[in-house]
Write a new protein. Sequence first.
Length: 231
Amino acid sequence: MNYLLLILAFIIPYSIVAQDLSGEELLNKSIEYHDPYNNWGKFNGTLSVTMDTPKASPRFSAIKIDLPNDFFYLKSRRDTQETTYAIEKGKCSTSIKDSTLMRRTPCETAVLYKNYYTYLYGLPMKLKDPGTQIEDEVVLKNFKGKEYLVLKVTYVETVGSDVWFFYFDPKSYAMEIYQFFKGDPASEGKDTGEYILLSEEQIINGIKMPKTRAWYYNKNDGYLGTDTLGE
């Protein structure tokens, strides 16, 4: 009985927090943790990212994000191949001249990279963007042995169809995991998508960003790769 009481002593407080917080309130607390000075909206900085994937050479990327001036620049290098993409106020330039194998034009690829990097490194602040639908209910969930406060997020049709879940530490409200499915995970989205484990932190322009992001498949926990922020 003593062991049971001990377990309940840890579980019950977090359950109460989950019940008391709305989705928007949880998001606001996490933003307060990650961006205490409200710097994301005026972010102007450079990120150095190394991507390691199985059976491939590392890819090194220098990323410039200047939100006030609507500017994005990416220079990436893998082995001897180097590519650049830039978008300034909607105008694109790139070192790539031919369409990709996925039939995207080089400038479509540039937009894809811009959205990708500004979204992932702008989280959780980017969840305030128009078209984001925050589930009101906050759920307490155990993921790989730790209890998290979990926020469900969907998007209006014109923005995206993926279903996202964001996992926050119950004490600090730090974002430690995010996960997405290609549709409702209880039906058509089952066994799709990925989860991303965040570890360590690096402060850039006053914002606490994840230093390391490790990617895995939802279906079988298969490892995809790791992105690491440089100093």
